[in-house]
Ligand binder design. Structure first.
Ligand code: PLP
Length: 239
């Protein structure tokens, strides 16, 4: 094993143990939670090592970095999740490699993604990103729609050819009433998920929790955690 592979294996084992313990504490089965490794700023060679170590889900937040990386890893059995703020001029590229877009946060993005997915000949799984610090009608600092917009966005995605409504995503807010209250934030996301599933029963994915707060997310009921630094190390630059 290379040094890097051994390092990633060790970090993965530590994250796996955290997820296992959080599931046990919450009375949940380990299989209820999927680990997505956020590989942003790290090279395709790391993605390849992660795939070797059994990882099947990876996430990226910038199309410029993700597109060449996904192309370099096209032979690997990976699902790619797009988790960053997405401009409509990038949707064609993203629809070429991503199986999931977790950052759907405005009607214009839905109307752009739909023909892009159809053009790529694939069904794109979509999560509505909720910003718990956004004012009604506004968007969060890190993207995401205000909770008030969820029903409209969900209906739009569900009706759009080429798109499949899979659930919700959030990032614990740094401002507003949920700042520093990760578990409360994730519990609020779960309430929104229950309401969403009333209208869209198949939209069961709840993507919440990162390196610093995956335990709180698992406790609240998240089905997917997105972990970067705890697996790959501190990022060399902001991303
Ligand atoms: C970077 C990022 C993560 C992972 O964050 P870490 O703190 O490195 O685990 C998760 N979700 C999104 C949307 C991100 O941009």
């Amino acid at each position: 094993m290379t040094d890097r592979k051994a390092e990633l294996a060790e970090n993965l084992a530590r994250v796996e143990e955290r997820i296992r313990a959080a599931c046990a504490a919450a009375g949940r089965k380990r299989e209820e939670v999927t680990l997505i490794v956020v590989t942003k700023t790290y090279p395709a060679s790391d993605v390849r090592l992660l795939a070797d170590l059994g990882i099947r889900h990876v996430a990226e937040n910038r199309d410029q970095d993700a597109a060449p990386k996904a192309a370099a890893c096209a032979d690997l059995p990976l699902s790619w999740h797009f988790v960053g703020q997405l401009q409509t001029n990038k949707v064609r590229s993203v629809a070429g490699y991503a199986q999931f877009v977790q950052s759907v946060d405005r009607p214009k993005l839905v109307t752009a993604l739909s023909p892009a997915a159809e053009g790529a000949g694939r069904e794109l799984g979509c999560l509505v990103q909720i910003a718990l610090d956004a004012e009604a009608g506004g968007r969060g600092d890190r993207g995401g729609a205000a909770p008030e917009q969820l029903a409209e966005l969900a209906d739009l995605v569900a009706a759009a050819p080429g798109l499949r409504l899979d659930g919700l995503m959030t990032v614990a807010p740094l401002a507003g009433p949920y700042a520093g209250r990760e578990q409360a934030a994730f519990e609020r996301l779960m309430e929104l998920s229950s309401r969403l599933r009333g209208d869209h029963p198949a939209a069961t994915m709840v993507s919440a929790g990162m390196s610093a707060d995956l335990e709180e997310a698992v406790a609240a009921g998240a089905t997917h955690v997105r972990v970067g630094t705890a697996v790959l190390g501190a990022r060399p630059r902001l991303g």
